[in-house]
Design a binder for this molecule. Sequence first.
Ligand SMILES: O=C(O)[C@@H](CO)OP(=O)(O)O
Ligand SMILES: [Mg+2]
Length: 403
Amino acid sequence: MTLITDIRLRRILDSRGNPTVEADVVTESGGFGRAAAPSGASTGEYEAVERPPTEAIAAAREHAVPRLVGEAYAGNQREVDSILRAADGTDDFSEIGANSAVAISMAAAKAGADVLGAPLFQHLGGTFRGENFPTPLGNVVGGGEHAADATDIQEFLAAPVGAPSVEDAVFANAAVHAEVADLLEERGHPSGKGDEGAWAPSIDDSEAFEIVDEAVSTVQDDVGFNIGFGLDVAAAEMYDADSETYEYESAGVSRDTEEQIEYIAELVDEYDLVYVEDPLDEDDYDAFAELTDEVGDQTLICGDDLFVTNTDRLVDGIDRGAANSILIKPNQIGTLSDAFDAIELATQNGYDSVISHRSGETEDTTIAHLAVATDAPFIKTGAVGGERTAKLNELIRIADDAT
Ligand SMILES: O=C(O)[C@@H](CO)OP(=O)(O)O
Ligand SMILES: [Mg+2]
């Protein structure tokens, strides 16, 4: 029933107005799945390769589609994904593009779920999933590669860890986002938004800390449950390999690696940060390990550019004690099976998984299902904006259907 009988690939728009790859997968019994690849701006050096969509589509039509149509079963995700790997023939999907690969992989999963008549999270995670929901990390202020002339730290994230339901958590993040706008206005910094819908004011990081701290406390008092906050430092983007320093341009500050470790540890203490992503350069496992040793019992130290959803890099991190959490982005590695393997390895080793969007997104909701399917404790998919609320609203629907 799930034999794949047709795959269509096309270019569609992403949230930045750039082209991306969308895939439709059809099965023998009429099952249908559609999915689109997201796209990063602060991409890790070791990510699978995204090719220009026109090239990725042409290469996938030539190498992958003929090996899948009439040959593979959408209900057998491992088979689909291993055919994608074999058809590509490289380690990093540089032939068919990780964008074509991930779109086909996710569309096949949806087609498999459609044939079964089960929600995607259940097809992927089994019948006992759907009871636990991830805490959404909501991007409320940001800069870095996601907005010009804004904060050096890429993302300030609301983290409603005490929310009684995913719905309450989603609305709490939106409330923090709105409160931040009021505070920016009061302080004379009315602001536009960056790529992920976070406010992108022209202020330095220290002022952003004050504002987010205040906004989180105000909303916490309103809603009556605990809201913390966290960061995606995206430190690889500010690391200068020649001078071996982290350059905070808006503050005019430069920190060497030891100073960066101390700075982050102080921030964790001062603001009770619950989450810190990529606080150090993507090549510096030792510095990650040092920081994790120092504050890893107080907060999550998450590797995004460090691990790039890659089990080989995660094994290195586990061996060295670098980080205690991993960001999971299916397009960083190219298939859902690879993303699942990374989550499983993380869980077995006590690392928390954080399922994540990219800064360039579409209406695709696969990551909401992936988070529920894998019992992930966190999902990072913005706070507002249609391509972000697509995933957040899908989480609310999954929770609503489950009760
Ligand atoms: O760094 C990140 O975690 C992501 C998503 O927030 O950004 P990008 O997709 O630009 O890599
Ligand atoms: Mg990141």
